[in-house]
Design a protein around this ligand. Structure first.
Ligand code: AMP
Length: 133
């Protein structure tokens, strides 16, 4: 059965998309650790990060860095944290999290954001990315 992320990639369910190219997509996490928590996902449906072929793995890191740079310019924070977990959704994804405190990397403290706030934020990150040469 297709993962929830494949359904997002196929446009079957909505997402707060921030970036997309031929092989990858990035969208806001709907249950964020912190404002700007973003997931970068290869379109290829593979469960575990280290099972990706080497090229897709390296390209995912490249894509994630581009998104992280735009995120850092959009959301005030000390730095962007990165994590790969995958215990909930068996489809590789890189978590990018704007950090001000260590607790924002715990995945137990969540913040609440309205749909309107998520939409506005995704637009701001997209705009920032479009200005990246
Ligand atoms: P994990 O698989 O443990 O790395 O966690 C999966 C992450 O995906 C969690 O942070 C969820 O909040 C997030 N998530 C699950 N469904 C969606 C969705 N439809 N849109 C955006 N994020 C999601």
């Amino acid at each position: 059965m297709a993962t929830i992320f494949t359904k997002i990639i196929n446009g079957e369910i909505p997402s707060y998309k921030v970036a997309e190219d031929e092989n990858f997509i990035a969208f806001l996490d709907i249950n964020p650790n912190a404002k700007g928590h973003t997931l970068c996902v290869p379109k290829q449906e593979v469960d575990k990060l280290f099972d990706l072929d080497e090229n897709t793995y390296l390209e995912l890191m490249k894509f994630s860095r581009k998104v992280a740079e735009a995120l850092k310019k959009t959301v005030p924070c000390k730095r962007i944290g990165m994590a790969v977990i995958g215990l909930e959704v068996p489809h590789v994804h890189v978590h990018l999290i704007p950090l001000n405190t260590m607790s924002e990397m715990t995945f137990t403290n969540k913040i609440s954001m309205s749909s309107e706030a998520l939409t506005t934020l995704s637009e701001e990150i997209r705009k920032q990315l479009s200005q990246t040469v």
